[in-house]
Design a binder for this molecule. Structure first.
Ligand SMILES: Cc1ncc(COP(=O)(O)O)c(C=O)c1O
Length: 375
């Protein structure tokens, strides 16, 4: 059987002879790949050699018995950073969101209120209805507003005990939302309103790191307003897997019960927690560059007057564009040059920046479009 040390040795040797062109990647993934610049999402990053090395040498144990030292270290670190009592490491942010809401809800009937653009409403396969038997109430911001405010939420709260109604029990926010930062004032007012009515609050903070880096507001400050928060390692932080849920000790104890019930009670997953710890140390500081690259791309495209306009302000690592031609056409043109974006028959395009998108890739992106439109 191949011993771990020999495997590491072989792996290191293969890395040193890798033909990855480091100039094309800010943080080269391990495989010998052709240059592909993937702007579809920040979930597409591949682990770097350094990250894999840390994973391979992680100390592990059975996490169902709370015996994985690397998972325990990650959970303690995140709970401390977030200023909450406890944390629970899970495979995905869908799972941390679903477990959080399920843990908050006790006796039906009940509803959960969220932004109409929220991941839990649009992209979690109606999990809240399935797992909790709860209705989701998606709310739109007031006319002319980008974000939800306490006053618009107040209009949608169900607080009475009329038998025809299902009372609101949880209010969920998402930050960042479509790459935009939910203002701290809105968060404070909304969570204060919810708590005044004894409602629980959950934050889908899959990209809360981007909000922290862009605003300078600490994770602790953001998290102090919510009963539970889920955060992701597999988005801009560039880990292959992982999300952490934080909350009070009793909340996390109960959440762990649901994680087990949902089949998420994993064992020697410390190898994955090691990637999360590595990402906190080495990739979190890179988010600023992602934000600068997003700004740079947006500004350069607008300055060229090719017919693009912005659908949302660029506040973190996403650029939302209205293109002058259907996205499908541009996706095909870009793909021929090794650049991946989502297509579609409409003209909306979302570009997402991460640590494996370089400034050179952004310049190439602009060059390809410029050549296409000037032909
Ligand atoms: C805001 C937000 N929350 C939750 C998730 C779910 O993450 P996962 O893919 O880890 O389940 C995503 C995925 O992209 C997301 O964008």
């Amino acid at each position: 059987m191949l011993r771990l040390t020999s495997f590491i040795h072989i792996f290191r040797r293969s890395m040193s002879s890798s033909t990855v062109n480091a100039g094309l990647y800010r943080n080269a993934p391990v495989q010998n790949v052709k240059a592909v610049h993937d702007f579809r999402s920040d979930t597409v990053t591949k682990p770097t050699a350094e990250m894999l090395n840390v994973m391979m040498t992680a100390d592990v144990g059975d996490d169902v018995f709370d015996e994985d030292p690397t998972i325990n270290a990650l959970q303690d670190r995140i709970a401390d950073m977030a200023g909450h009592e406890a944390a629970l490491f899970c495979p995905t942010a869908t799972m941390t969101n679903q477990i959080a809401v399920r843990t908050h809800l006790t006796a039906p009937p009940y509803t959960v209120l969220c932004d109409h653009r929220a991941h839990i409403f649009n992209y979690e396969a109606a999990g809240i209805s399935f797992h909790c038997g709860a209705g989701l109430v998606p709310v739109q911001p007031a006319p002319g507003q980008t974000h939800l405010t306490a006053s618009v939420i107040e209009k949608h709260l169900v607080l009475d005990d009329d038998v025809h109604h299902a009372p609101t029990r949880v209010v969920c926010l998402e930050n960042t939302l479509h790459g935009m930062i939910v203002p701290l004032e809105n968060i404070k007012e909304i969570t204060a309103l919810a708590h005044k009515h004894d409602l629980k609050t959950h934050l889908d903070g899959a990209r809360i790191w981007n909000a922290c880096v862009a605003t300078g507001i600490s994770l602790k400050e953001y998290c102090s307003h919510f009963d539970s928060i889920s955060m992701c390692f597999s988005k801009g932080l560039g880990a292959p897997v992982g999300s952490v849920l934080v909350g009070s000790k009793p909340f996390i104890k109960k959440a762990k019960h649901f994680r087990k019930m949902y089949g998420g009670g994993w064992r020697q997953a410390g190898i994955l927690a090691a990637a999360g710890l590595y990402a906190l140390d080495h990739h979190l500081p890179l988010l600023t560059t992602d934000h600068q690259n997003a700004q740079y791309l947006a500004q350069t495209l607008l300055d060229l007057n090719l017919g693009f306009s912005l659908l949302h302000p660029v506040e973190t690592n996403m650029v939302w564009l209205n293109a002058p031609v259907p996205a499908d056409i541009l996706a095909e043109v870009l793909a021929k040059e090794g650049i991946r974006v989502f297509g579609g028959s409409g003209t909306e395009m979302r570009l997402v920046f991460h640590h494996q998108i370089t400034r050179e890739a952004v310049d190439k992106f602009v060059r390809v479009l410029k050549q296409f439109f000037e032909k």
